[in-house]
Design a protein around this ligand. Structure first.
Ligand code: SME
Length: 160
């Protein structure tokens, strides 16, 4: 298991994702515990990009329940179709929100959060959890984030 994350400070965002993803893969591939793996993924993303908030919400019954995360304390439960995360679950698609104030129903766990991206991970063709990344800057996520965070989602989906 890797003991130290290699972060290339001067690299572009895309280069940083390219360096990070194989490291995440080797961190999680031999560990069967989901919570341990989700915890290390959030820590690796926080360490690399210093996101304001990054974490998972896990589908439990008819709610999303807060899972491993890095950042300020957050809402513990989100209903199906509620907020950006619940909408991602309901619509089963990536939500890229450049300005959370313009997203009707956005749940403000922290008033400093300005933009957000949420990605669904599937198990047996159903959403099993979502990855939520929040920024304290407007319009802070783009298709580069989306495509590389999707690769991390694929790693999560391949966990047992
Ligand atoms: N803003 C999210 C809630 C989760 S937190 O931001 C950590 C939403 O609208 O679903």
């Amino acid at each position: 298991m890797a003991e130290e994350l290699l972060i290339v400070e001067s690299a572009t965002k895309e280069e940083q994702y390219k360096s990070l993803i194989p490291q995440i893969d080797s961190l999680i591939k031999d560990e069967p515990d989901l919570i341990a793996n989700l915890s290390n993924i959030t820590a690796a993303l926080k360490q690399t990009f210093n996101f304001f908030w990054v974490g998972f919400y896990i589908v439990k019954g008819d709610e999303l329940v807060l899972g491993p995360f890095q950042g300020p304390i957050a809402c513990t439960r989100i209903g199906f179709g509620k907020g950006v995360c619940g909408t991602c679950w309901k619509e089963e698609k990536v939500m890229l929100v450049p300005n959370v104030e313009e997203f009707s129903g956005h749940i403000a766990c922290n008033s400093a959060s300005k933009s957000e991206i949420v990605l669904p991970a599937f198990k047996n063709s159903e959403v099993a959890l979502v990855l939520d990344v929040d920024s304290d800057k407007l319009n802070d996520f783009d298709l580069i984030d989306q495509s590389y965070l999707m690769k991390i989602i694929k790693l999560v989906e391949n966990l047992s």
